[in-house]
Design a protein. Sequence first.
Lengths: 522, 524
Amino acid sequence: MSSAANPYDEVPFPSQPLPHSQPARLGAIAAMFGMQPTPADRCRVLELGCATGGNLIPLADRHAGSTFVGIDYSQVQIDAARRVARALGLANIELECASIADLGDELGTFDYIICHGVYSWVPRDVQNKILWLCRTALNPQGVAYVSYNTYPAWHLRLLVRQALGGCSRQGSSEQRLAQGRALLEWLSSTMASDQTPFGRLLTVELDGILRQPGEYLFHEYFESDNKPLYFHELARRAAEAELQYLGDAVPSRMFAANYGPAVEQRLLRMTDDPIATEQHLDVLCNRGVRRTLLCHREVALSRRPLADRFLELYFCGQITPERAEGPLRSWTPATFAAQDGTKITHSAPLVKALLDYFGSQWPRSLSIDEATRAVAELVAAEGHPPDASARTRQLVIQNVVQFVAGGLVEPTSAPDSFTTSVGLRPRASRLARLQAQSSKGVTNRRHETVHLDDDSRRVLGYLDGQRDREALLAALVQALERGELTMAGGRFGVGALGGSRELAVAIAQWLTQLAAGALLVD
Amino acid sequence: MSQNLAQQYDAIPFPGLPVARSQPDYLETIARLRGMQPEAAARARVLELGCAVGQNLLPLADRYPQARFLGIDQSARQIEIAQAAAREAALDNVEFRRQDILEIDSQLGPFDYIIAHAVYSWVDAPVRDKLLAVCRDHLAPQGIAYVSYKTYPGWAIHDMFRAMMLYDARTAATSAEKLSRARMFLEFLDASLTEDHAYDALVHRELAVLARQSDGYLWHDHLEAFSHPVYFPEFVQHAKTYQLQPAGDAVLGIRLRDDLGDEIERQLDAIITDDVEKELCRDVVLNRTIRQTLLCHEAVSIARSVTPERLSGLYLESSLQPARAEIDLCSTAVEQFSNRGGTRVSTPVPLAKAALVHLGEAWPDYVRLENLLAAACARLEAAGFPAPIPTDEIERLENNLAQCAAGQVIDLHSDRPSFLPRASDAPVAGPLVRVQARRGEVVANRRHEAVRLEMFDRNLIELLDGTRDLPKLADELAVAASEGRLTVSKDLERLQNYDDAKHAIGIALPEALNRLARLALLVA
């Protein structure tokens, strides 16, 4: 496709870190199911369709010992990505403008291949090429991540796409987008009073679509190609490309038990094929997007998480204790809330202590050994030494396996590259500081986008590891005098002008907040 | 069409029913409202593509002895069933031919009406093309084609059902096994979706529909080789490539398009200019599943709006009954009317009230527009209004009647009814109806509707060949009861004695015949 006709040159795709695509996550899932993945800090990573590098550049910044290759067919996007990489002085990343169709052996081979938001939007021959690249350019124990639009949710979304096709095909992208939004809003308001199941479902979908940023809306709903497919079709195509399904980038979505024992039992009676099982789960939850991990068909995989491989992994979980009827070491029930709002109640002291400890350490990742030691301390009876024996460790592993399957904690194969304690001379990554200059969204070391208000962005910019608290305070007092800090709404208890004492308190709060956001590094 | 598809229909014949919206009388009426000069249904040449076992054409052939009918289907077994039924009912104006649509050549036709019900979305692309080519090549200049197809958004959720049922049945060897796997999937969904989410509710609702369907229907609508729902603009574009244009929609009748209400329509106008694309937006709002589009040649000029003059010469029918027993025609008090389907209209206008009362009293007979206007005036004059009724009042009434027709509380016809609105002394049911009743099938009435009959009515219809008066009918039915071939009960007690049965039947018979007349099953 010529550059002039490239819609991604005209409307660049919003390029963001994709937490579920990071090699440390892919490696953890691969290990769980029996593979021997290459560690994330000395691997080779290829991203097909890297856009402006929003996903790949933070990974290159974090894993200096690994090398990264990003390919995109929009020269405008590659140029933007290169500017950022150059500004950061990254020597371990190559960014090339090329069409996936033209790629060959010259790329070399990789431990991880990431292809996000591409597969459903390209013609069939390019789709095939993507899967064949995952075969030919992937090392024997390598993992490929491919995301795509899937059914059943897209049955209805295609309808919305079709209706938008009735909007003028003339005019600039902005005009088309504005007309498209007007039509979506018309549909949404017209359907609002429709209480039939169809009316309610369409309203939910439309509201979801309307909340998307314009660039996303444009590429998802106005571009010529958008070919969703069923999961089992993708699995079959992968098999044709001599690959096999390894797992979902969100492993908890693979387990029927998460849909309740009745559903699990019914599915077991219907099929023992993992592909068929997950296909039926997709239908139950009206799934619309999949992030599928693939590996070579020759790899022997376990279909259940292998407990002994958990020893080499790290785990974190945003778990909040809700209600406890007694101390952790007692056998009274306690309730915890997971990040997605799910409530779980346990009474076994060890399980309660484990959940409690995960919550208290968030966003830190823990090794099994650390969790074992902490849990032993928490449940030790008064006057007795903690029991961090192999048996306790075994119980911890068993429970963490359950937590991972249930989506309470997420596994990673690399230790954290951030610190949750604020040091004497706090430092944010160069990437985060660079991003904070021009954007409200910055990438943290969990490979997520964190949205900061203007003041937090300003503060982040000063965290270069050279300034102690006093120097920070001095810099911020000046910034305040120059009117660069808004101190919006007296949020930190300071007046419009603020005094340095109040500012010192505010700095402490800012730093705590940034540390909790995994934005500070050692 | 693939051999495979023919075999599927040989194995599981499509349970065809008369399709009321496809009847030539109806198509003719809509064509006249559009300003076309269609051939009268009673003398028309009619082609049905994919006629299945003839359930749609046979009643039409029975009803219009002067018209000629040709039904084509590629399933030999279905054609044999249809031919046997035509022979049995002694219908010589209908021909059923086993033929692949793709094999149709220039020898055929022309036809005034071409019907293709449940074909377009059920076949592969070459057959879809050919179907439209046949309409272009074999439709008379003022002819109308009726083409029904699956459409979105309604079919979106069914795409999921189909995809998943086929997936679960992928290893099944026989159609019976495939059906059983498909039903298992539906049961799995039904049992597993419980949350109060709109998606769950939508799936549950459609599941309830699918669960009621026969194997034949489930198979042909969801599991057979092809399923090709289309968006309305896609269909219109496809028809355009064969120089055909939409002349209306069978469901919308007199209206050319849906109407979502003034304010919503105004907003839509401001966003979308293309009429066909707008109609897709309306399909979405109304969650349309099936479309029954009428096509005519592109060269025909179509009236975009229906003016009251176009009603002239047409027959009107309505089962509207006033809510109050005593209506004061002279006052301008609002009177409410409702029809069999529960649709209500109200009016304070004396002349309109008089017309609706007249229509309701005549029902199930039809009333020609000119006669209705005259009758309404006469009723008003009889009630004390000074004659003559002013012309502008009559024009206003014509407008009101057109509105009622658009709202489908009044049905329009091109011809007088072909059934008798009241039973005669020696009542007659058509030969086809008698054959269908004897076989215990659903019978097709003269409104081209499917009617399910009770045992007693079926026995009665079999005897209605015009040779028996009421006493004779009571006599023969009582013989059947006394010989145990017919159950006649009184106060929950079965009457097996001839005299008892005859007495009870004699009392019930007039009402039963009246019922059959209202069901449009009795003919001259």
